[in-house]
Design a protein around this ligand. Structure first.
Ligand SMILES: *Cc1c(COP(=O)(O)O)cnc(C)c1O
Length: 341
C-alpha cells in the first residue's frame, strides 16, 4: 500500500550524511573538540538546576538566552531569536515569509537544506549557478529576474567555503523587495566581516547563526538569528509554543558564558583549515572549518577504506573535508597521499 503522502514528497529521499563509526570523521563540519572539563562542570550544574523545574514549560520567549546571544552579536535582544538549530530558524523563516505561491532563491552549489526546507514548507525553489570559482557574479541581476520572496546567501558558503562580500549582500538587498537571509553558520571561522553590521536600516535582512560549529554544541541543537524586531514578531506567528526546551536554553547559556575558552579552539581549527588548503593540490580558498578539494572518482570510498570519512557533496570532481584535530588532519592527508599515489 502506498501512503497518501504529499505529491511533492513522493519518491523523495531524506537528507543526511552517513553516520558511520570510523576512526576519523571529517564529514559533517562538526567541531572535533568536545567541551572542556570546566564547561562540562558548569553544564552539569546548569542542567541539574533546569531539571528541577521540568514539570513546567520553559520560557516561551527564551529571553535570557536571546539577551545573551544579542550581547555576543552586538545586537538587540528583541531582534534576536533562537530555535533548535539554525535549520529550525530557517524553517520558521520560510513558514513566515515563504510558503505556497511563494519562491525562494539560492546560488548553487550551496547548503542543500535551503532547498529542502523550501520544499518542506511548500515554497517554490529557484536556483542560480555560481561561477567556476564558486563566487556569485550575477547576484543583483538574478534577484531582479526571479523576484523571490526569500533570497538565501550562504556566507561562508557550504560546501565551497566561499565568503560573500558585504557589497554583494547590500546589492542583493537593494535589488529585491523580499527577505534576504544570510546564512552565517561558519561566521566565526571567516576572514570576512559579519553581515550583522549591515542590519541597521535594512528591515528585510536576516543573519542566521548556529552554535553547532564554532561553539562545539551540535548535539544541543541551538541556532539563532539577528534581524529587525519585526522579523522576530513574524516568527512568533509560526513557531511552536515552547519550541526551545529549558535544557537547551540552559546549555546554550553556559556555552556562551564560556565563549572565550570555546572560541580558542576556533583559532586552532582556522590554522588547521589553512594547513589543509596548503597541503591539498586542488582546493577552493576557504573561510569556513572545511575545505573543498579536487578528488578523482572512487576517492571517497578509498579514504573510507582507510578509516577516514569525508563528504561527497554531489559535486563531480570534488569532496569536502572538515578541519579536525591536527592528528586527524594528518591521518586524512596521509590516506589521501596513499590513495592518489
Ligand atoms: C551546519 C549548517 C547549518 C546548520 O546547522 P544547525 O546545526 O541546524 O544549527 C546551517 N547552515 C549551514 C550552511 C550549515 O552548514
Amino acid at each position: 500500500m502506498t501512503l497518501p503522502v504529499r505529491d511533492d514528497l513522493r519518491g523523495a529521499v531524506p537528507y543526511g550524511a552517513p553516520q558511520l563509526d570510523v576512526a576519523v570523521r571529517l564529514n559533517t563540519n562538526e567541531n572535533p573538540y568536545s567541551p572542556p572539563p570546566e564547561v562540562l562542570a558548569d553544564l552539569g550544574a546548569a542542567l541539574a538546576e533546569a531539571a528541577a523545574t521540568l514539570n513546567r514549560y520553559p520560557d516561551r520567549e527564551a529571553l535570557a538566552l536571546r539577551t545573551d546571544l544579542a550581547a555576543y552579536l552586538g545586537h538587540v535582544a528583541e531582534g534576536t531569536w533562537a530555535a533548535n538549530g539554525s535549520n529550525e530558524v530557517i524553517q520558521q523563516l520560510l513558514q513566515a515569509f515563504g510558503g505556497p505561491g511563494r519562491t525562494a532563491l539560492g546560488f548553487e552549489p550551496s547548503y542543500s537544506m535551503h532547498r529542502l526546507i523550501a520544499l518542506g514548507t511548500g515554497t517554490a525553489w529557484a536556483a542560480e549557478q555560481r561561477a567556476g570559482d564558486f563566487t556569485i557574479r550575477n547576484a543583483a541581476e538574478a534577484v531582479a529576474r526571479h523576484a523571490p520572496d526569500v533570497t538565501f546567501l550562504c556566507s561562508p558558503n557550504n560546501p565551497t567555503g566561499t565568503a560573500i562580500p558585504a557589497s554583494v549582500v547590500a546589492e542583493v538587498y537593494d535589488a529585491t523587495a523580499g527577505m534576504v537571509v544570510v546564512d552565517e553558520a561558519y561566521a566565526e571561522f571567516s576572514h570576512a566581516p559579519s553581515a550583522v553590521a549591515l542590519l541597521p536600516g535594512r528591515p528585510r535582512l536576516v543573519v542566521t547563526r548556529t552554535m553547532s560549529k564554532a561553539f562545539a554544541l551540535a548535539g544541543a541543537r541551538v541556532g539563532y538569528l539577528a534581524a529587525d524586531p519585526a522579523v522576530v514578531d513574524a516568527l512568533r506567528l509560526v513557531r511552536l509554543p515552547y519550541h526551545l526546551s529549558a535544557l537547551t536554553q540552559a546549555a546554550a547559556r553556559v556555552a556562551l558564558r564560556h565563549r572565550d575558552v570555546l572560541l580558542r579552539d576556533v583559532e586552532t581549527l582556522k590554522s588547521e583549515r589553512d594547513r589543509l588548503v596548503e597541503a591539498l593540490p586542488v582546493t577552493v580558498p576557504s573561510d569556513a572549518n572545511f575545505v573543498l578539494f579536487g578528488a578523482a572518482e572512487g576517492t571517497w570510498q578509498a579514504l573510507l577504506d582507510r578509516g577516514v570519512l569525508v563528504r561527497d557533496v554531489g559535486l563531480l570532481g570534488w569532496l569536502r573535508v572538515t578541519a579536525g584535530r591536527p592528528e586527524e588532519n594528518d591521518a586524512f592527508l596521509d590516506a589521501l597521499r596513499e590513495v592518489t599515489r
